[in-house]
Design a protein around this ligand. Sequence first.
Ligand SMILES: [Zn+2]
Length: 176
Amino acid sequence: MFTTKLQALPVQEGTLEGRPDASTLSADTILLHLLDGRPVRVPYLTAGHHHRDDPEASPVVAQLLSSSSAGHPYNGKPLVRVELDNGRILVLAVDRMGHEPVCERCAPLWSRLEEILDQVPAGAAITAGVEIGTVDGIAMLVVDAEDLEEARADDGPDDDPEAPGAVPALVSEVAA
Ligand SMILES: [Zn+2]
């Protein structure tokens, strides 16, 4: 559950800027909404391991640890570091988590990801976890298939092995 720890997070204007195309997204607004005390989940994070209707497929966020001024490397959105209720540490875009779909405001996230799930074979994952080093230790960066598609569209042909567009091989199942 989100706790007072979460509410103590210093969310300052201008500290959560990502790439310019992230300007339409207000991390403060999203965090304020998520801080209302209801459970927050990462929808379909492990849908490749669990049936999408299994609550395990959408793990609960236990607490928000920090927010980052760096944008997500694939989609430019403001990043947050969270701890799941199973103790795992994730780094993910602030709008990659939400309340249960009964929340009108968070429902579009679930339905968008459901649509993507509908397009992949049963048991396939739409999200990958990429291990990254942070100042606070190793964390798992959440990368969605849709982020990679966006990166490919941005970057054009995949002639550079270091370009984000060359990474789809990383889209494998998140280790549960
Ligand atoms: Zn909500």
